[in-house]
Design a protein around this ligand. Structure first.
Ligand code: ATP
Ligand code: MG
Length: 174
């Protein structure tokens, strides 16, 4: 089945990792590829657990925090190369590695910000074997793309503390 966890509220990546842990607990072969998450400045703490459990993961994407602390938006050629590296890794997982569950974290966001092409995501969806669960996360307004999934859950932001200026906290946001 193809899952899509989307929307503007919190919980997309945590839901995907929760499912990954559950499947791993059931003895399934699982893996996760993070898109556009190369920032060393906020190395995600879930990676500590994946390391400990020996779960396969790859991080793609370049640093987006500038020396002055502001964020760099838009995609350079190097960013696009990183996107392609993620797609190639995903293809390899789906074609060669016989995984039961593969998470492509922020793949939907990456598509929304044109780091990936929609056709590339569609191709990944189409090449997913019957026996593999593919989980895509991230914000996405492309109804046609979401239609390709068997399950779409939207996390809707009813309220979020970042609207009152609370900064991202280790262990909660990353
Ligand atoms: P989570 O990783 O907590 O499951 P998510 O995957 O649904 O969240 P993302 O859009 O990937 O959400 O955002 C990553 C994290 O950054 C989230 O925990 C979110 O609460 C937080 N976040 C998003 N926007 C902001 C912001 N403007 N200020 C502070 N934190 C933010
Ligand atoms: Mg996320």
């Amino acid at each position: 089945m193809i899952h899509a966890y989307t929307g503007d509220g919190k919980g997309k990546t945590t839901a995907a990792i929760g499912l990954l842990i559950r499947a791993f607990g059931a003895g399934r072969r699982v893996g996760i590829i993070f898109f556009d998450k190369g920032s060393e400045t906020y190395r995600h703490n879930e990676l500590v657990v994946l390391d400990r459990l020996g779960i396969d993961y790859h991080i793609t994407g370049l640093e987006r925090m500038k020396p002055d602390g502001t964020f760099r938006f838009g995609n350079t050629d190097e960013d696009l190369v990183e996107g392609q590296r993620g797609v190639a890794l995903a293809k390899k997982y789906l074609q060669e590695r016989n995984f039961d569950l593969l998470v492509l974290d922020e793949a939907l966001t990456s598509c929304s910000v044109k780091l990936l092409k929609k056709e590339e995501l569609v191709e990944l969806i189409e090449m997913t074997p019957e026996s593999t669960e593919l989980v895509l996360t991230g914000r996405c307004n492309d109804k046609e793309l979401l239609e390709r999934a068997d399950l779409v859950t939207s996390m809707n932001k009813h309220k979020h503390y970042f609207d009152r200026g609370v900064k991202a906290r280790p262990g909660i946001e990353y």
